[in-house]
Design a protein around this ligand. Structure first.
Ligand code: KPL
Length: 292
């Protein structure tokens, strides 16, 4: 299968690297990372260590069987515009935050699948991505239910050894992943700690409160997500990606804008009742963004 991974930063590069031994992979990202991958290949370190030679470019190709979109949620609309000219059979978002699939589906003619990904990755230098935690890709039809496209894409990912589950309840899965990101990302970014620091102690308590608030908002929207499930999933991802620096911490360390609006900010906007922990986390991260 020809797979274009659009948004080859840390997570996109890791997924592309894992898929490349089995599939014809094109990474689409920024220089100097793409130039280095094109010249020397992609070096994966950490949980698995290998070097692989996917195609690498800075613009989307004319055609692919599947586009895996891994850009920051703030860039989804721009990427959707670029993908309009790409002849695709299917598109899968593995992004953080809510609403990305809808933005892609509004622009594209092909089926757009919803996805979540809990793999941990860190871009160490151009051409080198650290694989910091084996997680899972969960994918399926955006509105839930069975999907032949989801089965086909899920099989392609699983064939390459990527931990994959095809789910018929993606709306719930997206809220569950939002709870995990709301719990982990801002707390690790503000405290400047790896995910594993939230296994216990004060950071774990703040993370659990943010996860519970997010589950409550999900239920307000008619989604069946208990507080206990949201906290349990958060603990599991903290364990599985203990050595990872969350994407928001990596953004802050690199001076890039964060996904706070699509994560804790989204929870605040969607809530009927106050969500003070998410609101405080969002305000603190925005304070950092303004001061930078
Ligand atoms: O999605 C992530 C992120 O950092 O954005 C997790 C799964 C929390 C891994 O760090």
């Amino acid at each position: 299968m020809h797979i274009a991974v659009v948004g080859a930063g840390s997570l996109g590069s890791l997924l592309g690297g894992l898929l490349a031994p089995e599939h014809d992979v094109t990474l689409v990202g920024r220089d100097p990372h793409m130039r280095q991958v094109a010249d020397e290949g992609l070096s994966v370190t950490g949980v698995e260590a290998f070097r692989i030679h996917p195609a690498a470019r800075t613009d989307v190709p004319d055609a692919a069987d599947l586009a895996v979109v891994a850009v920051k949620s703030g860039d989804t609309a721009a990427v959707a515009d670029q993908l309009v000219d790409c002849d695709l059979d299917a598109c899968l978002s593995v992004q953080n935050g809510m609403g990305n699939e809808a933005t892609l589906a509004d622009a594209l003619d092909c089926p757009v699948l919803a996805g979540t990904c809990t793999y941990g990755a860190r871009l160490d230098e151009p051409g080198t991505v650290a694989f910091t935690g084996r997680g899972e890709v969960v994918l399926g039809a955006r509105g839930g239910g069975a999907s032949e496209t989801a089965d086909r894409v899920g099989a392609a990912l699983a064939d390459a050894g990527v931990e994959t589950a095809v789910a018929a309840d993606m709306p719930t899965r997206l809220w569950a992943k939002l709870a995990v990101n709301a719990a982990i990302n801002a707390v690790t970014a503000l405290a400047r700690v790896e995910n594993g620091a939230l296994a216990d102690g004060p950071g774990a308590a703040v993370a659990a409160d943010a996860a519970r608030e997010t589950a409550r908002v999900a239920r307000e929207q008619g989604v069946d997500l208990t507080d206990e499930r949201a906290v349990e999933l958060t603990r599991q991802v903290v364990r599985d990606t203990a050595a990872n620096r969350s994407s928001m911490l990596q953004d802050i360390e690199s001076g890039r804008p964060t996904e706070i609006d699509a994560i804790n900010g989204y929870v605040v906007r969607a809530a009927d009742d106050p969500v003070p922990v998410n609101e405080t986390l969002a305000r603190l991260v925005r304070t950092w963004e303004r001061a930078d």
